[in-house]
Design a protein around this ligand. Sequence first.
Ligand code: GDP
Ligand code: MG
Length: 597
Amino acid sequence: TDPALIRNFCIIAHIDHGKSTLADRMLQLTGVVEDRQMRAQYLDRMDIERERGITIKSQAVRLPYTALDDVTYVLNLIDTPGHVDFSYEVSRSLAACEGAILLVDAAQGIEAQTLANLYMALEHDLAIIPVLNKIDLPAAQPEKYAAELAGIIGCEPSDVLKVSAKTGHGVEELLNEIVRQVPPPQGDADSPARALIFDSVYDTYRGVVTYVRVVDGRLDTRERIQMMSTRATHEMLEVGVISPEPTKVEGLGVGEVGYIITGVKDVRQSKVGDTITSAGRTASDMLPGYQDPKPMVFSGLYPIEGTDYPVLRDALEKLQLNDAALVFEPETSAALGFGFRCGFLGLLHLEITRARLEREFDLDLISTAPNVVYRVVMEDNTEHRVTNPSEFPEGKIAEVHEPVVKGTLLAPADYVGQIMELCQARRGSLQGMDYLSEDRVEMRYTLPLAEIVFDFFDQLKSRTKGYASLDYEPSGEQAADLVKVDILLQGETVDAFSAIVHRDKAYSYGVEMTKKLRELIPRQQFEVPVQAAIGSRVIARENIRAIRKDVLSKCYGGDISRKRKLLEKQKEGKKRMKMVGRVEVPQEAFISALSTD
Ligand code: GDP
Ligand code: MG
């Protein structure tokens, strides 16, 4: 295709503002999907995406469109994942486009996520087309939010398009505006090939399918290509475009978007952000911005049934084929048995991975409280990277460093006080504040990542009745007064409960955990102290009083069947007991104490 006829664009939107529905209308209007084949959210392929209504993996679809000028253009819609955890993937998707539709629900207004992605799009110099969706809703306030959008991006309120992705109203006009406003790709057809990988998906039948945008030169079937970050070479077995089903083509030229298949079996060999060139004629420079995905949040995953351990290992290996950001290594815990320490991009990534393990591989899992990665510098200048609190080094510590993030919060002006209070309690520092409109405020904070991975989001939502939204991006690290709190049962440390917390919060963590465990652990035949300690200093203590365990004492009268049931129950319970020193703890107790909800 002549690059002058190509328009590469993406849709930036907050979850539920209608991105998938708008994509559906575009597929229909361009005739790529026939009306009778249409199903809602056509492009959201993964089941879990459909259920949770979020897009995890981006996709690209080619839409031939004859515009008002009677010329047929090729529009490439590149879908971007919408969540902070995947912001690096968002950034790569944006780098593959020249334009972005800024899609905002006309009854809600812009959200922090969208704003953060908009800034990213502006950094990539994309043409921005502001669009209000859902104007068919009675609650829609198109005039108000058009003014807000215009204020943010610096256009006239009348430049803001108004559509209903549901009814299709205004979508034809939007397609014409894409042709008019999004610049055609610029690239050098005669240079050595350079193509950006913006997505990589493992497919059981075809191996890794890599989505690319050609910047310079050409990629042709059967050619040998090189991954520029590793210099590994592969033969291209197939080149194609998605429209909306995969369709083979001979090759891809300047500005074109499509997929390639090389027969590699693992997405880590074909990473998002990498540059592909021809092995025979290599380009000298990579395209900008390649980063290895970096896990930010760690958690121990353990099968509730110990015998499921090999199943869990296989399942993690399978998921990793499709997820270059997932890392794991075996770990043993005295409390939970054999499991894995897993690294994730963020909490949603953790949650999705856990849900997929439980659903697709039929596993019951317990995960330990998520923690971030700490860098501990000792007085003798040696360093430790700590991904598991129980591995916090002993001895003379000079400094502990923790990751920090730049957070953007958007909320109605009424909630500014509430948000400030919350951020302050979470060791945040205010960097700036702007009014987007009369009644909406953008607040920028630096916050320790550890303070938001836990329940920050829930707290924010409940303090603002759901009106505030948050986005954050990694922003280096800071030294902080952090200590490891251990929880001990009769003098024995229970590894799964060790936590690294700020010194000011050590006491409340200790009190909370010892109380919880006292309630959850059944009485033993001897008294059991439950303690929280920093090093050898005990900061909280509870006692589980001694009792002679006799389940039958609860049964009055001679109800034999009830007695038998109880005995069986006790036997069953025995199987799931873990010994911590001399103390028998039902696994259930650990599970409840660790669960955050
Ligand atoms: P996404 O999360 O941005 O992909 O949003 P979806 O496309 O999944 O839409 C979220 C919800 O809004 C769905 O229930 C849609 O049916 C609904 N929706 C999307 N566009 C419109 C619209 O123009 N009008 C109305 N009334 N509902 C819409
Ligand atoms: Mg969607």
